[in-house]
Write a protein that binds this ligand. Structure first.
Ligand code: F6R
Length: 242
C-alpha cells in the first residue's frame, strides 16, 4: 500500500484528480471504477476543471460505479446515478453509452447484479477503482460482517451506514435500507485502487485498513492483500497512523 498524507481536503482532491487524469492520459480507453459520497466531490470538481482546460479527455473512457440504492430511480436527487450526472458526467465528455451504474429499480435485481459483473468482465475489468471508506470500514457497500460477498449483490445497509447517509435525506426514514454493491472480488480484481479519506471521523477506519488485522469485520483491511493500492488522506484522517 502506498500512503500519502496531504495537508487538507483540497490537496487530497487535487492529487486524486491528477492520478485519474494520468491514468486516462496514459490509457485513453481506461475502465474507471467510480465512487459517490462526500469524499470524491472535490476530485470530480478538479477533473471537470482539468477537462475544461483541455488537460484530459474522457471520450474513450468507460465507467462502472460501485453502487446504487435499491428503490431510487435515476432521476431521484439522492440516487447515485443523479449524483454522478450532477457532479461529473454532465460536465465532461464520457459518452453516455460508456456510463454504467447498476439500476436499483428493476424487478429482477439478481439479474441486474449478474449482468453488471458480466459487463465488467466483457470490458476486460477495471483499470483504476476509486474508493471512499465508511466509518465502519465499508468499501462500496460491503458492510462489516463475518462473511463478505464476492460479486455484485443486493446488500442490507447496516444502521450505522443508514445513519451516516441520512445527512443527504430529509429524514432517516427516507434512506433506502438496501443497495446494490460491487462485491469484494469485483473491487479486488481492479488493476489499481485509489482509496480516499478525509476528516477525523475516518481516522479509526484508516488506521484499521492500513495497520489492522485483515478481517471481513473491516472490509477495507482486505485491501492489504492487493498489490497496487494508493491511499490518499488528509492530516485529520491520518492522525491515528503511527
Ligand atoms: C459510495 C460508496 C461508499 C462511500 C462511503 C464513504 O459510492 O461506495 O462506500 O465511499 O460510504 O462516504 P463519504 O465519502 O460520504 O464519507
Amino acid at each position: 500500500m502506498r500512503l500519502q498524507v496531504l495537508e487538507n481536503y483540497k490537496e487530497m482532491s487535487v492529487k486524486a484528480a491528477s492520478i485519474i487524469a494520468s491514468q486516462v492520459i496514459l490509457k485513453p480507453d481506461s475502465n474507471l471504477g467510480l465512487a459517490t459520497g462526500s469524499t470524491p466531490l472535490g476530485m470530480y470538481d478538479k477533473l471537470v476543471e482539468m477537462y475544461e482546460e483541455d488537460l484530459v479527455n474522457f471520450e474513450k473512457v468507460v465507467t462502472f460505479n460501485l453502487d446504487e440504492y435499491v428503490g431510487l430511480a435515476a432521476d431521484h436527487p439522492q440516487s447515485y446515478n443523479y449524483y454522478m450526472f450532477d457532479n461529473f458526467f454532465e460536465m465532461v465528455n464520457v459518452p453516455k453509452d460508456n456510463i454504467n451504474i447498476p439500476s436499483g429499480i428493476e424487478d429482477d435485481l439478481k439479474q441486474v447484479c449478474k449482468d453488471y459483473d458480466q459487463k465488467i468482465n466483457d470490458y476486460g475489468g477495471i483499470d483504476l477503482q476509486v474508493l471512499g471508506i465508511g466509518k465502519n470500514g465499508h468499501i462500496g457497500f460491503n458492510e462489516p460482517d463475518n462473511k463478505l460477498r464476492t460479486n455484485t449483490h443486493v446488500v442490507e445497509l447496516n444502521d450505522e451506514t443508514i445513519n451516516d447517509n441520512s445527512r443527504f435525506f430529509d429524514s432517516i426514514d427516507d434512506v433506502p435500507k438496501k443497495a446494490i454493491s460491487m462485491g469484494m472480488s469485483s473491487i479486488m480484481k481492479a488493476q489499481k485502487i485509489l482509496l480516499l479519506a478525509s476528516g477525523k471521523q475516518k481516522a479509526q477506519a484508516i488506521k484499521k485498513a492500513i495497520n489492522g488485522e485483515i478481517t471481513t469485520e473491516h472490509p477495507a483491511s482486505l485491501l492489504q492483500l492487493h498489490s497496487d493500492v494508493t491511499i490518499l488522506v488528509d492530516k485529520d484522517a491520518a492522525k491515528l497512523i503511527s
